[in-house]
Structure formats: C-alpha cells, structure tokens
Design a protein around this ligand. Sequence first.
Ligand SMILES: NC(=O)c1ccc[n+]([C@@H]2O[C@H](COP(=O)([O-])OP(=O)(O)OC[C@H]3O[C@@H](n4cnc5c(N)ncnc54)[C@H](O)[C@@H]3O)[C@@H](O)[C@H]2O)c1
Length: 596
Amino acid sequence: MAREFTSVGVVGLGTMGAGIVEVFARNGIDVVAVEISAAALERGRVTLTGSTDRAVAKGKLAAADRDALLSRVNFQVGLDALHSVDLVIEAVPEHLDLKQRIFAELDRVCKPEAILATNTSSLSVTEISVATTRPNQVIGIHFFNPAPVMKLVEVVRTVVTSAEVVADVEALCARLGKVDVTINDRAGFIANALLFGYLNHAVSMLESRYATREDIDAAMKLGCGLPMGPLALMDLIGLDTAYEILDTMYRRGGRDRRHAPVPLIKQMVTAGLLGRKSGRGFYTYERPGSPVVVPDEQTPVASESALADGARGIAKVGVVGSGTMATGIIEVFAKAGYEVVSVTRGAEKSAKVFESVKTSLNKGVVRGKLSEADRDAALGRINWSATLEHLADVDLVVEAVVEELSVKKALFASLDEICKPGVVLATTTSSLPVIDVAMATQRPADVVGLHFFNPAPIMPLVEVVQTIRTSTETTATAKAVCATLGKTGVVCGDRSGFIVNALLFPYLNDAVKMLEASYSTADDIDYAMKLGCGYPMGPFELLDVVGLDVSLAIQRELYLELREPGFAPAPLLEHLVTAGYLGRKSGRGFRDHTRR
Ligand SMILES: NC(=O)c1ccc[n+]([C@@H]2O[C@H](COP(=O)([O-])OP(=O)(O)OC[C@H]3O[C@@H](n4cnc5c(N)ncnc54)[C@H](O)[C@@H]3O)[C@@H](O)[C@H]2O)c1
C-alpha cells in the first residue's frame, strides 16, 4: 500500500513553487506554502490567485473549485510551519549551499517519517540529501514549467533513496495526474540535459547577431513545431535560474563548453533582466509576471511596403530541379500567383513534376481549400522547359537540384551567363555554404539561400540565408517573396545548419548519447521531451522520421564546420547507419517499424 499524503509543504513560491502549490491543492491535498518574508509570501499568493483566476476565466476551473483549492493552502513565513506535513518540496533558487541549509533545517523541523524532496533542475540530489540525517528519505521531484500544465515529472532517486520512498512518490505523481519517469541523479536529468545546450546555443546566435530574437524563435516554432522559441522559453524559465542551471551543468556534466553560460545571460541577470518574472528579458512584457509581450526598441518595424526596404519587384520565377523540393516550390509559387518557368533535365521529368503538382493541387480542391478555377489558373501559370535558356527573363531563380556542390556551382555559372542583370539567384541547399555557390557567379551580391522545409506547400518557414556578399536589396527581396508566399522568412548567416538544423540536430545527437550511456530508455526520453517540454515528437521518433543517415550527415557537417567536440556524432548513430537501420524508410531505426 502506498503511503497516504494528506498534507504537503512547498518551500519557495517563485516561478515553480507557486505552480507546484496549485498542482497539489487542485488534487485535494492540503498545502503549507512557505516563503522567506511576508512580501515574498504575498507575491506567491498573488501568483497563485492570478493563475487560478485565469483558469476560471477560461472555463477550465469552476469558481467554487477555485475557492476550495485556495482554502487548502496555508500561507506561512518560515520553515517551522512544516512540522506536521507528510512531504516537503523545496523550490528555492538553484544554489547548493542555500538548498543544503534548508534541508538541514527541514530535517530538524519535519516529523521523522516525512519525505524531503527537491525540485532542483541540475544540482546533485545526493549532495543535498547529505545535509540531512535521513538521506534515504530525500528524493528529487522535478516538475516542469508551468507546473499546472506540463504533464511530466522526473523522479530522481539517489543511490541511498529507499525503494519505498520512490514507490510512494511515483504513486503520488499518478494521483496528481502526472506521468513520471524515474531516473538516477545526473546533472540535468533527462530533459534539461537535452534542453539547455540548445537554449545556450540559441542565445549565442543572438549574441553574435547571427539572427534576431524574433527570427530565432520563429524558426524553431515554425520549423520544428515547438510551443515556443528558445529565447521566449529562457524568459519563461527565468534568466537567473537558467544561468545557475547552465553553470551547474557545466561543472557537473564534464565541463561541456556548450553548457558554459553565454556571457550575455550573466549580463542580463546583472542588469535585472530576468525574463517574464521581472517584466523584461529577451522580450519586454506588459508587467512583471505577465505572459503578454509588448513592443520595445528591438521589435522590427513593419515597413510601409517591402519596396521601401529596397526589395525588387518579382513577377516571374524560374525553378530548377525535379525532386521533392523543386516540385513543392513550383506549386507554392504558382499558387501564390507568380508566373513560373520550371526547368528540368527533360520532357519526361517535366511530365512527372507536372503530375505531382496536379495531384497535390487536386488534394487542395478535394479538401475544399482551393477552387477548381484556382487550381487550373495555378497550373496555367507554369511553363515547362528543359533548357536553362528559358530563364533569360525571369526575376528570381530558385535552384533545387541535387545536394552536390560541383553540380550547384556549374548551374550557377550557367545562370550567370543566361539570366538578365538584377535577377535574384537563390539556392535551396540545406547543408552547403551559400557563399561557395555565390562565388561561382560574377554577381555574388544577388545570390541568397532560400531554405524551404519539406513539404514546401505546408511548412510555414523559409530560412533566408545571407552570405557576406549578399546585398541588403537581395535579402529584402527574398524576405518580401516569402511574405507573398504566405510564409515566414527568417534571416540568418551562412553557417552550417542555418538556424533550425544547427539548433535541432545537436539536441537529437545528445539524446542518442544519453541512450548510449544507458541513462534512460528511448521511450522515457521521448516522453520527457514531449510531456516536459511540449515537443510534438520525442527525439527518437523524430530521428526515425527524418532518417538516421540524413541526421548523421547533418551532424557531421556541423561538427566539421564548428569543430565543437560536443557535436561529434554519437557512435551509436554511426553504428545504426552502418547496420542499415535508417529509420522508418528502412523499416527499422531506433524502433522496429515493421511490426505495426
Ligand atoms: N524556472 C523553471 O523553469 C524551473 C523548472 C523546473 C525546476 N526549477 C527549479 O526550481 C527551483 C526554483 O526555481 P524558480 O525558477 O521557481 O526560482 P524563483 O527565483 O522564481 O523562486 C524562488 C523562490 O524561493 C524563495 N526563497 C528564497 N530563499 C528562501 C528560503 N530560505 N525559504 C523560503 N523561500 C525562499 C524566493 O523568495 C523565491 O520566491 C530551482 O531549483 C530551479 O532549478 C525551475
């Protein structure tokens, strides 16, 4: 029989603590909520009432249930109030000495059988536990932000945590409606160990002006389907907390440079820019604690017209290639009203592309998204050709041929000869340096990357890649074209992986390394990222969809360009590829897909 928890204590009512109080009280458990001062207690109370009032306003909680919930919470200053609770969760700032002091005090105040839990994200639960005389009753219960919403709880057992305590806490998580994964005490556990390298990398992109905050966040939301971008997430976590987590992970996790906090984070913390809780972090919020972003001096000003930014007018577009990307891109441009010249390597290929575009447009008609007249008009706007000479009068060329530098360079040299002056030449490469392609022409200022995502008609993101020779007019034109296609164009520098792949693949590779180290299972790692961080797919699900060979190739490129030791491809990934386990397409990757 699992232990019955009738009353629990929560220490620290900040970003996490207030949410944890709500989770318990919502599930009928009495809570003693403790803070360090009357003022901090009041702030915690306001956070809790604000959150429950919002739930009532959204119709997710009845007013009477809110009142019952709030009546279960006993707000107190000082730890002495915790003398008779069955379990305490500590959620004070991420400092080992502070947590150790609090645990020593809790050990003195709480009844002998009480379980003492920490919500630490990165500190050693073991080190915290030895500050007490009952380390076997100390455990990590790591909630995710916002605690009332996120389904996951990481239960962290140390080498001395008793099996009974682990079982009791697992049963408690189930009672709270949470899904738990139980793991050993390692820096960052599952989710943060995979998340924080990515967050830190995103901040370094901003710090080096590789891309703007809006573009970095839009890229990860639209390119990967994440609930929020990395910089908005840093603001939600709190920059002070994020700094401490990174710093601890760097020290505890083998001094991986990717966890050394980017200097900008420390500067912002020193300047009091802590994120949502202080009203300002990477973004500016309506007021402290508010989720509503308001414009500030960094907010891009929407110009009256794209032409004001020097964008050139584009009416006729050439698309070179006949593969998946070219086919999707032809459809996108034709649907948006552009006159399109498709150039393939022969009539047979053109016929195939035509059939694919028609089939795809027909699906739109069947789903009621496109009228038959619009479909016919779109198809009518496409001219089919097998010679580049027909690109002499287009305003924009989008190249989507095979991903081989020699082929692309030869093509761009030909385009340079054929196309009229002022044309924008774009490559859809996802891994080659755009500057190499640009230098195959005499007009590198007119060359830009337009990295569409697959399937192009559906994915809302395009990375606009500017090289050190791309002119501002060319970039402005590319951005304006994306807007007319109904897509978000994010501008970034010409570095391996652009924004999305550079941030995504090292995270996937880290997940493979974690599996390889036997820290957790593929299922639990997938759960952790989906239920703890709101990812639409776990890393192993995604790797199997993308293809392990493709993922390995991208990871190798990133490693070769940046020479970052942490980017070295996971040996397990290499072995799986060598063994022919490439993911869904080969029937087996991290999972066996033949048995479904
Ligand atoms: N922010 C997140 O997204 C997140 C997610 C999961 C876990 N965590 C972990 O949760 C813990 C708390 O982080 P946070 O972001 O909520 O921090 P926070 O700074 O928002 O809140 C900490 C609270 O602790 C209070 N406090 C400080 N000293 C105290 C004391 N001696 N007694 C009682 N209260 C005291 C402070 O007044 C403050 O209200 C950290 O260990 C953090 O790593 C954070």
